[in-house]
Design a protein around this ligand. Structure first.
Ligand code: ADP
Ligand code: ZN
Length: 193
């Protein structure tokens, strides 16, 4: 595609941790801002690693964002917006159905909806909301990190506790950085005990 549709659309940016999802979201939103299109960025309140009022990549790039807990807060805050971005979608507390319905509703209103998030949890299982959103999206980009073990492309987020794979019954959402998560490829990824 050489030219995005003038109407509403859903774009999904997915991949493992450190794959550059937030960097890509910021890159696209900077273009939107240069084009002076009315836009707003949302970020889950849960992700407080850097700053509540910003989306921030691991490289330090950041843009102002509105903290939210639910997709319903997005729907309530998009009046006159042409472009809406949601970072770290997997952190929202809504069900997959609520996420799909919310994003479809936004796109049906003519809004360009950019969504970034993990496609798989630390157990290498798909995140239901992200998985279903990919099926209905106009555009899906899957990014890769570099495996810290072998240097191949990494597609999985390995959660570690004292250097060992976190057990399968650990909570799905634990916010953390390089001390807690490693990007790994399929063959270096260790199944949780
Ligand atoms: P994501 O949102 O996907 O977690 P970010 O956009 O926040 O990713 O950060 C991506 C940046 O993380 C890269 O540009 C790179 O500087 C850094 N990084 C740290 N570890 C890795 C890794 N193993 N592979 C690739 N990039 C990494
Ligand atoms: Zn590897």
């Amino acid at each position: 595609m050489t030219r995005p549709s003038a109407g509403g659309r859903i774009e999904v940016i997915c991949g493992c941790m450190y794959s550059g999802k937030t960097e890509e979201l910021i890159r696209r939103m900077r273009q939107v801002m240069i084009a002076r299109q009315p836009c707003r960025i949302f970020t889950p309140r849960l992700d407080t690693r850097y700053s509540e009022a910003h989306v921030a990549s691991h490289t330090g790039a950041r843009l102002e964002a509105m903290p939210i807990s639910s997709i319903h807060e997005v729907l309530a805050n998009v009046e006159d917006m042409h472009v809406v971005a949601i970072d770290e979608l997997h952190f929202l507390e809504d069900s997959a159905e609520e996420i799909i319905d919310g994003c479809q509703d936004l796109a049906d209103r003519g809004i360009r909806v950019l969504v970034a998030g993990l496609d798989q949890n630390y157990r290498a299982e798909p995140f239901p909301g992200m998985m279903q959103l990919m099926a209905v999206a106009e555009q899906v980009d899957k990014l890769y990190a570099i495996c810290v073990r072998c240097g191949a492309y990494a597609t999985r987020s390995q959660r570690l506790i004292d250097g060992k794979p976190a057990p399968t019954d650990a909570p799905t959402i634990v916010v953390g950085g390089l001390d807690l998560y490693e990007a790994r490829c399929r063959s270096c990824y260790e199944q949780a005990p």
